[in-house]
Design a protein around this ligand. Sequence first.
Ligand code: ZN
Length: 240
Amino acid sequence: MRYALIGDIHGNLEAFDAVLASIEQEHVDQILCVGDIVGYGANPVECIDLVKEKCTKVVAGNHDYAAIGLTDVDYFNPFAKDALLWTSERLSEKEINYLASLKLMEREDSFTMVHATLSNPRDWGYILNTFDAAMNFELQVDPICFVGHSHGPVVYMKRENFISGHRFVSKIEAGCQYIINVGSVGQPRDGDYRASYVVFDLDLQTLKLKRVEYDVVKTQKKIMEAGLPQILADRLSIGR
Ligand code: ZN
C-alpha cells in the first residue's frame, strides 16, 4: 500500500492542483489529509470539494474548525482571523457539515494522523522541538504519527528513549517511532515556496518528501482580488 500525505492546503487551489498532478505520477493507493483545508487562501470551497473527492481519510485542522465556529477565531493572529471570517462567509451548509464531520484524530494500518498534537489535539499545540515531540510520543501507540500545523516538513525519531530531530528520513527503522510533519501544500513556511507533501510506502517502509512548483503569482493575484490581507499573498513567494 502506498499513501500520499498532504496537509495545510489553506484554500490554495493552484498549489493543490499541482500536488494532485504530482501524486498522479507516484501511483499511490490512497491520499490522506492532515487538516487545514481552508484559511488564508482564496479557494476554500474548491479545496474542500477536491479533498472530499480525492482523500480517503482527513482530520480537522484549527482553521477548518475555526471557519465553522468550533474553535475560537480570537485564538488566531489578525491576518488569519480576517481570512477565517472571509472564509466562513463563503461556506454553504454542505461545506460546513463536511468540516464538522472531520475528527481530530484518525488511525490507519500502522499509523495515526492528527493535525497538531496527540495531547489535547483541540488545543492546537505545536511540535517544534524534541521536547514537544517527547510529549507526543508519550501518547503515540503506532510506529508513525503524521502531523501538519507548523507548515514545515520535519521528522522526529524515537529510538529506545532517545529522541532526535531530522530534516527528513527516507527509511522507517523497525522498533523506532516517528512523528512526521508532511509540510504544507498551500502555505509553506520553511523558506521554500514550493508545495510540500509526503509519499509513504507501507510495504517498503520508505518515505519521500516531495516539493512541487506551482503558479504562485496566480494564487497571489486571487488573494488580492478577494480583498484578503496582502501579507497572505506576499509570504507565498518566500515560503515564510
Ligand atoms: Zn495550517
